[in-house]
Ligand binder design. Structure first.
Ligand SMILES: Nc1nc2c(ncn2[C@@H]2O[C@H](COP(=O)(O)OP(=O)(O)O)[C@@H](O)[C@H]2O)c(=O)[nH]1
Ligand SMILES: [Mg+2]
Length: 80
């Protein structure tokens, strides 16, 4: 995401990912799997109440090849 400032440009290394779908569709499992590829499916995933935000971070190289932490907030909705 790019944010304009008077003196120039600055970058925010953050994104928001919303997962929506019917109850039991696999939203929470998907959020957990995105965060951790070793995550194993559970026979009964506790159903999500309200919204759970799963933080997923990884490093990227910016335009100057400098390493940056990129953060994705995965919004896992309960219900439908
Ligand atoms: N076979 C199979 N089962 C899945 C998959 N994703 C989720 N499940 C199962 O479906 C059930 C509901 O998943 P859950 O992630 O809680 O769904 P949510 O209600 O949308 O958050 C759980 O028992 C999961 O283990 C999938 O890709 N394949
Ligand atoms: Mg859920």
């Amino acid at each position: 995401m790019r944010q304009r400032k008077e003196e120039g440009e600055d970058y925010i290394y953050e994104a928001k990912l919303l997962i929506v779908g019917e109850a039991g569709a696999g939203k929470t499992s998907l959020a957990n799997k995105i965060k951790d590829c070793q995550y194993q499916l559970r026979e009964s995933e506790p159903s999500t109440e309200g919204i759970e935000v799963v933080e997923w971070s990884f490093s990227i190289l910016d335009k100057e090849q400098k390493e940056r932490d990129f953060k994705v907030n995965i919004w896992d909705f309960g219900g439908q």
